[in-house]
Design a protein around this ligand. Structure first.
Ligand code: S3P
Length: 447
């Protein structure tokens, strides 16, 4: 589905937020569950799959390559074709807004003797693909008709070579694409990570019966997968997305008197940098009932409104909270003193240049903030005047971060478009309103 008409929305100063909620399934795990289900033999049964546009596009792409993906009762089912068993799709695969979808799928396609045309929306078509294509080309895949951005066509091969590759940037998407391709190669494929990134691919590969080894090389994490793999279809329950839960947690911290609980959230340590930072800011936040679900740690998270203080977020924390900087920057506007975030270079190549979009949105709403190089600084604590219009640049997280900012601002905060929220968190508005948040369309305001 293509996003066309803009859907602007305003966030208004709200009463205290209360309640217990669940957020939809984790986006990263949902993509991987579909792809590994397709690479396995037999049936994979997925409960809690995120039904956001990004993940649905991944499902459609797999179906177009001969792996039916369909809803069954309260779950989704994938019929796998085994490693190397994908069929050539009849037309181009459209990944919409999703970097994870297209980059991981490049790894999946690389090991099949097929030619696949890949396209995306305006945001995705601007994002760098060379970082994934370079290692895949070294393994034997070929880029035809295109170069380092979408649209492009990728020709896979049944004779993929194993490689050892040190990641030039800390990116779970690059790591995962190589590991997924490595399943098809003859021998061991290894990825060396400068800094640990989200490890869902490694965990889930083990769960599906793949042979994965985690070690160290020169003090860096080394992940090795054995090729010619035979995976078995499995049952998976996808935990709640901590990156979606972050907006609810931030809203409760901003709005005086709030007290909420978010159940069954993924708390994998490679994803919880935001929550660690909240604790350092003095937030009243706790993990309860910690347990394991489908090979991943899960907890219920309680959050109560608390006075916050600014902190320095070290650059090495970036991989564990890369998607949470826009909402952290908005929250920092309500904390006393300065919040300094370093090591944000990767933010510039997300669904939008999130560093620039976050800074512009804060300034438009009267928050004192500055950016230099790959650092962002927010000077908070003197109230958020609001009243500004935020440009979202086809970026769901920019839209949600600023709608959250507006819930405690003096005047409403407007975002120019909410359509992209459906890529990752279609229930955002309804869940927030259920807790007590107030949003209005421009028509509501004129009435
Ligand atoms: C993701 C990895 C991150 C993240 C994205 C999801 C994944 O991107 O920003 O939303 O599922 O692997 P990078 O790995 O490129 O940093």
């Amino acid at each position: 589905m293509r996003h066309t008409a803009n859907a602007p929305l305003l966030a208004l100063r709200s009463r205290a937020l209360f309640g217990t909620v669940r957020v939809p399934g984790d986006k990263s795990i949902s993509h991987r569950a579909l792809m590994l289900g397709a690479l396995a033999s037999g049936r994979t049964h997925i409960r809690g799959l995120l039904q956001g546009e990004d993940v649905l596009n991944t499902g459609r792409a797999l179906a177009a390559m001969g792996c039916p993906v369909r809803p069954v009762e309260d779950a989704w089912e994938v019929l796998g074709r085994g490693v190397g068993g994908l069929a050539a799709p009849a037309g181009p695969l459209d990944f919409g807004n999703s970097g994870t979808g297209v980059r991981l799928m490049m790894g999946v396609v690389a090991g099949n003797d097929i030619l696949v045309r890949m396209v995306g929306d305006a945001s995705l078509s601007r994002r760098p693909m060379g970082r994934v294509l370079d290692p895949l080309v070294r393994m034997g895949a070929e880029v035809v008709d295109g170069a380092r951005t979408l649209p492009l066509s990728l020709r896979g091969t049944g004779d993929l070579l194993p490689i050892t590759y040190e990641l030039p940037v800390a990116s779970a998407q690059i790591k995962s694409a190589i590991l997924l391709a490595g399943l098809h190669a003859a021998g061991e494929t290894s990825v060396i990570e400068p800094e640990a990134t989200r490890d869902h691919t490694e965990r889930m590969l083990g769960y599906f019966g793949g042979r994965v080894n985690i070690g160290l090389r020169d003090g860096k994490r080394l992940v090795t997968v054995l090729g010619n793999a035979e995976l078995e279809g499995r049952s998976i329950e996808v935990p709640g997305d901590p990156s979606s839960a972050a907006f609810l947690a931030a809203a409760a911290l901003m709005v005086p008197g709030s007290d909420i609980r978010i159940e069954a959230v993924l708390v994998n340590p490679t994803r919880t940098g935001f929550y660690k930072t909240l604790r350092e800011m003095g937030a009243d936040i706790a993990f309860h009932n910690e347990r394991e679900q489908g090979g991943e740690p899960v907890a219920d998270i309680s959050v109560r409104h608390s006075p916050l203080k600014g902190v320095r977020v070290p650059p090495e924390r970036a991989p564990s909270m890369i998607d949470e900087y826009p909402i952290l920057a908005c929250l920092a506007a309500y904390a006393t003193g300065e919040t300094y975030m370093a090591g944000l270079a990767e933010l510039k190549v997300k669904e939008s240049d999130r560093l620039a979009a976050t800074l512009a949105g804060l300034k438009a709403n009267g928050v004192r903030a500055g950016a230099q190089g790959d650092c962002l600084c927010v000077d908070g604590g003197s109230g958020v005047p609001g009243g500004g219009m935020v440009e979202t640049h086809l970026d769901h997280r920019i839209a949600m971060a600023f709608l959250t900012l507006g819930l405690a601002a003096d005047r409403p905060v407007s975002v120019d478009d909410t359509g992209m929220i459906a890529t990752s968190f279609p229930e955002f508005r309804g869940l927030m309103q259920g807790l007590g948040a107030t949003f209005a369309t421009p028509e509501d305001v004129r009435r």
